[in-house]
Design a protein around this ligand. Sequence first.
Ligand code: GRF
Length: 198
Amino acid sequence: MKIRVAILISGGGSNMLKLLASMDADHPAEPCLVLSNKSGAGGLAKAAERGVATDFVDHKPYGEDRAAFEDALIAKLEAAKADVICLAGFMRVLTPHFINRFEGRMLNIHPSLLPKYKGLHTHARAIEAGDREAGCTVHVATAKLDDGPILAQARVPILEGDTPETLAARVLVQEHRIYPEALQSFTRTLAAKTEANT
Ligand code: GRF
């Protein structure tokens, strides 16, 4: 049986599309759901076009009640029987309530060379700091934001005249490469462990 992967997005979902494309017949995992906090997220329509189940939970009606919003997400993920969660541009901070539910089985991609520049505006911060390189990181998501064991990293140069946008585009090319690679090796290890325990 394949490992079931749910992907959480908020936007266009270019990383999500690369993850979907990578899960071919030989892959240890298959997509079971693309879930968003925005009904209009461009990525939802693109996933649906590829025959993948999609859904959303709008965070706005929940206001400050993050636990209730997260319970609604968890209900959808449980209904989809998700084994592994990939955060791919999901722009809501998740609390330990959610993260502990999927402990050790949730991956995130972050557009910086962690542990540098957790949080937002990573490219602007790297340029402002005068860094000579930037990059991206795939890690296991833990209760601390943009923290947890690192699975893969890629570096790119910061070039003279770079803006946050030009740098983001250079980093995104690497995100599209390392996220599928990291998911494949993570799910391969998970499948081997599961087999050993049965
Ligand atoms: C990526 O840069 C990712 O690292 C960050 O949000 C962006 C999402 O882009 N967390 P996309 O929706 O995958 O195109």
